[in-house]
Structures are given as C-alpha cells and as structure tokens.
Design a protein around this ligand. Structure first.
Ligand code: FAQ
Length: 312
C-alpha cells in the first residue's frame, strides 16, 4: 500500500459514504479532478444556452416562447450554481472563464452541433436533457458535498426540461406529415451526438477508474449510455419515430438493447475544437465577456467607492 496515512483515512471516509466538504483535507488529484469535471459541467450549462437561445425569438407560440425562455434561464442558474461549487475548491470564476475562453477547459461536445429548426429544440430537450439527467441522477451521490447538493436541485429542473422537450416532440410527431418529418430529421441528427455526451467508451476513458474509486463518478460512461438507450427506445416508439441505427435490437440475455457505437473519431474531433459550431460558440462567449467589461468595471469602482466612504 503506497498511500500516506492521510490518503488512507480519506479513502476510508469515501468507503463509508461520507461527504467531503470544502475546508477538509483532500488529495490534490481529487481536487484537480473535481475542478476539471465541475468546471466543465458549469461551462456546459452556460455554452448550452446558445443552441436553444437561438430559437427564443422564433418560438411558434407565446406559450412556447415563455417556456423556452424559462428553460434557458434555468441553465444559466445551473451554471452559476456550479461555478460556486468549483470556487469552494480554490479557483475563482474569473480563472475558470479565462480557461474556457483560451480553450484550456472543455465543455460538452453536444453544444457544438447546430439547432436548425424548431423540432431541434424538441430533440434537445428530449435527448440532450434526457442524457444530462441520466448522468446527473447518479452524481447526486457523488462524494463532494457541494457538487452532490447542487445536483439534487439541478436534477429537478432538468426533469422538467426533458418533459418540455418531449412535449414539443409529441406535438411535431403527431402533427401533419411535414411536422413529423421534421421530428424524424431532428432525432436522426441528434441521436449519435447525444450518445457521445456520456464520454468515450470505458476502455478509452482515462479518468473513470480513479474517479470511481473516489466516488466522484458512480457509474461508468458505458453503463449510463446503455441506460439512456434503454429508456429512450420506448419513447421513440411511442412517437412513431425511428432511431437511426440498424443494429438496435433487444437483447434478452442482458436485459437491454444492443446498439451501434457513435463515430468516436467524430467525437474526438469535436472535443479537439473542430465540431460544426465550436468556433461560433467560443466567439459568442468571448464576445459576451468582453461586452460585459464596462459593467464589471462599474461594479468594482462602486465597491471601491463604498469601501473608501466607509473607511472615512
Ligand atoms: N464532451 O476519461 P473520460 C448539460 C473528455 S449536460 C466534451 O471519460 P470523465 C445540461 C473528458 O473531459 C452536459 N468532453 O472523462 C444542459 C476527458 O478530457 P480531459 C454537461 C468530453 O470526466 C442541457 C476526456 O474526454 N454534463 O450541460 C466528453 O471521467 C441542455 C476523456 O473522458 C456534465 O459535464 C463530452 N461529452 O467523464 C444544458 C456532467 N466526454 O478533461 C443546456 C459531469 C468526455 O482529460 C442545455 N461530467 N470528455 O481533457 C461527467 O460526468 C464526466 O466529466 C463525463 C466524462 C462523463 C462527461
């Protein structure tokens, strides 16, 4: 056993299912992994507003517009909540944003795909939020207290998001033939990118083993992907839509569906920055940061003025 006494005690606490809290001792690797994962998660919520924000002004009814607006605002809230969780690990929000903007930190691959029409907003809610919850439900049990508590609240809102997406899909799939064709096209384009959200297959997942030993992750990427497929196939059937996979087949022995893997070379290409919308997304975030400079400067100036008045 190469563990130091501190590391051994830490691992025992993990084993007993105790939550680790901000000011407590933790291995540097544990801290670094959390900063990477929660930070990436926070960035995903913020960048994830862009594909849907694109359709707020073009939602088909006032009611759909109000719902979408609320949903996109929820994502902003999740992002800020998660940035606060990362800050408890000793990194500031400004540092995290600088790392996002310089390409040093990632965000979810899925948000580098375009939303071409209204049916895509249904598919994003149904599949993308569906995949997000599948991953986040297990993260409610993650060992780091602030992350675990954030996940409980976020999952509740995410469930509502998924249902609003499915509701759009029902309207489209049970609508006229042109609407049904749009719903099918959206499913066909978003299926494999949604499967990619769970990360590379277990054999290529560099972080899974250590993250699971620390109970940062509770399930492997492939376990969650399988659960997502099993949950989603009957939902597609109900809509009368076809999942674009000829190998999709119920497997009695494993009690789940067999399915085709996504094109992993596409996945690695997207996370390397070469997806269809990577540049557009990053430009939008950097522009938002730069356009907000006057406001941040104003806040700082005001804070300094109030502080000096108090001192006088
Ligand atoms: N995209 O060794 P692993 C949402 C990277 S939901 C980009 O398996 P790990 C809600 C990974 O970082 C989406 N990169 O990594 C919403 C690593 O690279 P690195 C956000 C990915 O961490 C809905 C490398 O590949 N949810 O925002 C992806 O153990 C609608 C090797 O991978 C979360 O972030 C990917 N899909 O497992 C908002 C959940 N997959 O960092 C708006 C929390 C892998 O060494 C609208 N995160 N990579 O350079 C996790 O659960 C984990 O981080 C995984 C990856 C499962 C994503």
């Amino acid at each position: 056993d190469e563990m130091t006494p501190e590391e051994r005690e830490f691992q025992e606490r993990i084993g007993r299912g105790e939550k680790i809290e901000p000011k407590e001792w933790m291995p540097e690797g544990y801290r670094k992994t959390l900063i990477r994962q929660i930070g990436q998660h926070a960035h995903s919520e913020i960048v994830g507003q862009l594909p849907e924000g694109n359709w707020i002004t073009r939602a088909p009814t006032l009611e759909r517009k109000a719902i979408l607006l609320a949903k996109v605002q929820d994502e902003a809230g999740h992002g800020l909540y998660l940035y606060s969780a990362v800050e408890t690990l000793g990194v500031s929000r400004d540092e995290l944003l600088a790392m996002l903007h310089s390409g040093k930190m990632k965000y979810s691959s899925i948000f580098n795909y375009p939303t071409l029409n209204w049916a895509d907003i249904g598919a994003v809610g149904w599949l993308v939020d569906g995949a997000a919850i599948m991953n986040q439900v297990q993260l409610q049990k993650t060992s780091y207290g602030p992350y675990s508590r954030a996940m409980i609240r976020i999952c509740k809102e995410e469930s509502f998001h998924q249902r609003q997406g499915y509701d759009i899909m029902m309207k489209m799939a049970f609508g006229n033939p042109a609407q049904k064709a749009m719903a099918q096209d959206a499913l066909s384009r978003f299926w494999y990118p949604s499967l990619m959200m769970f990360g590379p297959s277990d054999k290529d997942s560099v972080h899974s083993a250590q993250s699971m030993a620390w109970k940062i992750k509770i399930n492997t990427n492939d376990e969650l992907r399988q659960k997502f497929v099993d949950q989603t196939v009957p939902q597609a059937k109900y809509l009368g839509l076809t999942i674009p996979d000829e190998n999709l087949k119920w497997n009695e022995d494993k009690g789940g569906y067999d399915f085709s893997e996504p094109d992993w070379s596409e996945f690695f290409d997207v996370i390397a920055g070469n997806g269809p919308c990577n540049r557009e997304r990053m430009n939008a975030r950097v522009k938002a940061w730069e356009d907000g400079a006057w406001f941040r400067d104003g806040l700082v100036a005001h804070a300094e003025k109030t502080a000096s008045r108090r001192a006088a």
